[in-house]
Write a protein that binds this ligand. Structure first.
Ligand code: HEC
Ligand code: HEC
Ligand code: HEC
Ligand code: HEC
Ligand code: HEC
Ligand code: HEC
Length: 368
């Protein structure tokens, strides 16, 4: 139900007062106030009641407190590794600090490095209401996003999930077979010998390219036996997307979903009509884990990847390689760090990994 803008203003003022007082004691004695403008004497007030009921669906203090409890379970509310390490630097902070994310979403750019970055809070994601209607969550954005890895690609993650995609996306395009520098320093080898140089042990799409995986774009589509699905066509994108799995109704028993942002097993089971006790629907998770391990071992055999004791991690060795091996590395590290083990886009992930493995088998034969 639409209300006039005057009424909206009155409601806005009213709910502000309501919100301000609601922490003192219980609230719901407001509704009658909003209808004075009709001239009658305050017993009618239909519109006012509707408007306030709509506000209270979300603004009931119990609901907000519950969200806070759920949010305390989320890695976002700690921001430990991410904020400490990258939260102050202007090139990182738009995704790694509350302050610069809000700056970016409101003024469109960041002024510079910041001295005291903080972790996520309610107002990181929630800003100002626009329509005041039932589905207006006052989110900073829910518009499709221009991809960081390629500004000619627009990704529509489906409504509110576009907010997640602002941060959870790739920062680097897959290697391209022409003279090209990319942000992490990999480039086609200047020696013009057809090799592609990895110049940084941080080479890859960045730690959380989940939106690219869900949307089905931004990885190296190496040729092989398995056809790639078109970008933007995945069932999970259309039917669930980020919020459908990670913010499904909070499940008290499993402590998943809602503002914990932990994917909800109940959501998987409800939609698939199954009764599984893990995320391994159709055995896909096991299949992807095995493929990632096999490809890692192929990359080690080709001397592209090594285990670094000090970091307790598998990292690329800087050097120059045939482009196919760099593409394979890019896919491997990106899908490893996606961490959904296929759930984000089973068809796309399978196609990428099976074709990558096939190509590396040929490389290994040539290598022997
Ligand atoms: C669909 C859920 C929802 C509905 C409906 C809703 N709100 Fe909100 N509102 C929010 C959320 C979420 C926040 C951010 C909460 C926070 O920062 O603690 C918010 C914040 C606010 C704020 C403070 C932030 C700001 O500066 O805008 C006001 C004031 C507010 N809402 C008023 C209203 C009024 C008035 C209505 C009814 C006309 C309404 N809201 C309906 C979810 C809702
Ligand atoms: C486009 C947004 C974006 C930008 C820009 C960005 N990051 Fe990140 N970064 C993320 C996201 C999202 C994650 C978390 C992914 C996850 O948990 O799967 C992350 C994770 C990390 C992690 C791993 C933290 C952990 O929990 O293991 C490090 C380290 C990191 N980023 C460093 C940086 C640095 C340094 C920069 C700047 C040079 C930077 N990031 C720029 C989005 C970004
Ligand atoms: C990382 C981003 C993010 C943060 C931080 C966040 N929210 Fe939300 N919130 C969302 C999104 C996205 C939705 C819409 C979910 C959907 O579409 O199903 C939402 C929805 C809501 C709603 C309306 C839905 C409902 O069930 O009532 C309320 C109220 C709300 N948030 C309150 C809060 C509060 C309070 C906090 C802080 C404790 C908070 N949010 C922190 C992203 C966030
Ligand atoms: C402002 C940028 C930003 C936004 C918006 C954002 N995230 Fe994150 N998210 C991050 C970063 C950075 C981390 C890593 C935090 C850390 O480990 O310190 C993270 C962590 C996570 C994690 C936990 C990963 C772990 O290690 O446990 C999940 C799950 C997640 N985000 C999902 C979402 C979803 C779903 C949305 C949208 C509703 C969303 N995020 C919105 C930046 C963001
Ligand atoms: C089909 C359901 C589904 C959809 C859609 C989905 N996720 Fe996930 N996500 C998962 C599952 C399952 C995992 C693996 C969780 C685990 O292993 O504990 C996961 C893992 C993650 C992680 C790493 C969390 C961790 O604890 O390691 C992040 C971050 C994340 N997803 C963000 C997103 C974002 C952002 C989107 C939207 C672009 C999204 N997800 C869409 C189900 C989903
Ligand atoms: C809102 C609906 C919905 C939700 C929620 C959902 N899925 Fe799906 N999922 C589908 C549809 C539709 C398909 C394609 C048809 C099929 O294979 O059942 C699918 C297919 C899959 C596949 C591919 C199966 C195969 O053999 O190729 C996997 C794996 C999967 N889902 C895992 C998950 C996991 C894990 C979750 C929860 C974190 C989840 N899904 C949540 C709708 C959903």
């Amino acid at each position: 139900m639409k209300c006039s803008s005057t009424l909206k203003l009155i409601l806005f003022g009213f709910i502000c007062a309501f919100l301000a007082s609601s922490c003192v004691k219980e609230g719901p004695m407001g509704p009658a106030g909003a209808d004075g403008q009709d001239g009658a004497d305050g017993s009618d007030g239909r519109d006012g009641v509707d408007g306030n009921v709509t506000c209270l669906v979300c603004h009931a203090s119990e609901n907000m407190e519950l969200k806070k409890g759920e949010f305390a379970m989320s890695a976002h509310s700690v921001g430990a590794i991410a904020v400490d390490y990258a939260g102050g630097r202007a090139s990182c902070a738009p995704c790694h600090s509350h302050e610069q994310f809000v700056q970016t979403m409101t003024v469109g750019f960041v002024a510079g490095d910041i001295t005291n970055p903080s972790a996520w809070q309610c107002s990181t994601c929630h800003g100002l209401h626009k329509t005041f209607e039932g589905i207006d969550y006052a989110l900073r954005s829910s518009d499709p996003i221009v991809a960081n890895f390629d500004n000619e690609v627009t990704m529509d993650l489906n409504g509110n999930s576009n907010l997640c995609a602002v941060c959870h996306q790739s920062r680097t395009a897959p290697p391209v077979d022409e003279d090209q520098y990319d942000r992490n320093g990999a480039l086609v080898d200047a020696a013009d010998n057809g090799l592609y140089a990895i110049t940084s042990t941080h080479y890859g799409p960045h730690h959380g390219a989940q939106s690219n995986v869900v949307y089905g774009t931004g990885f190296a589509e190496i040729e092989g036996d398995v056809a790639y699905p078109d970008a933007g066509t995945a069932k999970h994108l259309a039917q669930a997307s980020c919020t459908g799995c990670h913010m499904a109704e909070f499940d008290m028993a499993e402590a998943q979903g809602g503002h914990s942002f932990i994917p909800s097993l109940t959501a998987c089971n409800d939609c698939h009509g199954t009764n599984l006790d893990d995320f391994n629907y159709g055995g896909v998770r096991t299949e992807i884990e095995n493929l990632l391990e096999e490809i890692r071992d192929q990359l080690i055999a080709l001397d592209v990847v090594e285990y670094v004791e000090a970091d307790e991690a598998y990292e690329p060795k800087t050097g120059a390689y045939p482009i196919i091996q760099v593409e394979a590395f890019f896919n491997w590290i990106g899908l490893e760090e996606d961490r959904s083990m296929g759930a984000h886009n089973p068809q796309y992930v399978k196609a990428l990994l099976l074709n990558t493995k096939q190509a590396l088998e040929e490389e290994l034969l040539a290598h022997e």
